[in-house]
Ligand binder design. Structure first.
Ligand SMILES: C[C@](O)(CO)[C@H](O)COP(=O)(O)OP(=O)(O)OC[C@H]1O[C@@H](n2ccc(N)nc2=O)[C@H](O)[C@@H]1O
Ligand SMILES: Nc1ncnc2c1ncn2[C@@H]1O[C@H](COP(=O)(O)OP(=O)(O)OP(=O)(O)O)[C@@H](O)[C@H]1O
Length: 312
């Protein structure tokens, strides 16, 4: 048990990115209900910020443009992350977790997972634990399939349930326009719809495609645009048919590729450069086909400290 050596106001702020799956190949569900994945995660510079502050008792608050519908009790993934690290390290030092949300909720961009990753990094710094990256990844894997990736960010391969990470050779900076939708999609519901649509058709184990690996090596936006692939897209479109019009509109307005992000409903459009991304964002907004539009670039760094006590 670590004793409380911190002044009551000690706090650490961590910034954490959202993710897009450039490739999301989904195998048949296993006995535990989870689907084996071959995915390429890509972090983009749309950020949440998590501030943990030493407190008398555990607490959590949420603010920012995307705070609607985020739980403020123990079910918040950030609270679970803090508890998991405290238990593992034998720490008994309550914190208040303040989340500033800019990542859409239930948007397929791993917002909750991002907050969990940020909280692990923030608490580790605040409590002065010096937990290894490998240990943090282990804890992250127990919290959700996407959490481990948000610790490192960049562009990486995910296998298993998505929590086993491997580096990929990726060149260049990519320009994205994100089309946000009103209302979210539930991740388990999208996986279930994917299974329903597949019916009894035999599904092979997922293997990363050479086209994606080659596109990432080339750093060429057009090649990457052509290689984007998401096995959950049909399921997301089935549950939210209006997304088909969004994808059509973005491609018509000049995107070099467009894909539902993860389980949706956010649609990520790839553009050749900053200017075409600006043009697309304006055209999509004017079309009225989308609820909100954001621009972003990737790859972005994973969860990183931007304020408060630092190690050493
Ligand atoms: C769609 C993705 O965002 C793509 O990266 C992820 O696969 C979802 O990751 P996540 O939200 O962190 O998901 P988890 O919290 O681990 O799981 C939520 C639910 O999604 C489904 N799930 C998730 C991951 C996976 N490989 N197979 C699944 O079937 C399961 O029904 C699970 O109960
Ligand atoms: N910190 C959090 N931020 C947002 N939602 C959270 C958080 N903690 C728990 N939740 C719950 O999790 C649900 C899914 O939220 P989240 O924003 O992570 O979805 P998502 O981005 O579609 O996830 P993924 O892309 O990982 O499948 C929300 O509807 C909310 O009830």
């Amino acid at each position: 048990m670590t004793s409380a050596a911190l002044p009551p106001s000690a706090s650490v702020t961590v910034r954490v990115p959202a993710k897009i799956n450039l490739e999301l190949l989904v195998g048949p569900p296993g006995a535990d209900g989870y689907h084996p994945l071959a995915t390429v995660f890509h972090a983009v510079n749309l950020f949440d910020e998590v501030t943990v502050t030493a407190a008398e008792e555990w607490g959590l608050s949420v603010s920012g443009p995307q705070s609607l519908g985020v739980p403020v009790d123990g079910t918040n993934l950030a609270a679970k992350a803090a508890q998991a690290l405290a238990e593992r390290a034998g720490v008994d030092e309550p914190v208040h977790i303040a989340i500033r949300k800019d990542i859409p909720v239930a948007g397929g961009m791993a917002g909750g997972s991002a907050d969990a990753a940020a909280t692990l990094v923030a608490c580790d710094h605040l409590w002065g634990l010096g937990t290894t990256k490998q240990e943090l990844e282990e804890i992250a894997g127990g919290l959700g399939s996407d959490v481990a990736f948000l610790l490192s960010g960049g562009t990486a391969m995910g296998s298993g349930r998505g929590e086993i990470l491997a580096p990929v050779l990726a060149r260049g900076t990519y320009h994205w326009v994100l089309a946000l939708s009103e209302g979210g999609l539930s991740t388990p519901a999208v996986y279930a719809e994917c299974d329903r649509l597949r019916g009894s058709v035999a599904v092979p184990d997922p293997v990363p495609t050479p086209e994606m690996m080659q596109a990432l090596r080339s750093g060429d936006a057009r090649a990457l645009g052509a290689a984007l692939q998401n096995d959950l897209q049909a399921a997301a479109l089935s549950l939210m048919p209006a997304l088909t019009d969004v994808i059509d509109a973005g491609l018509e307005f000049g995107a070099v590729g467009g894909i539902v992000s993860g389980s949706g409903p956010t649609v990520a459009f790839l553009c050749e450069d900053t200017e075409s991304a600006l043009d697309l964002a304006v055209a999509l907004t004017a079309s009225g086909a989308v609820q909100d539009v954001r621009r972003a670039t990737g790859p972005a760094h994973g969860a990183h400290v931007i304020g408060g006590p630092r190690p050493g």
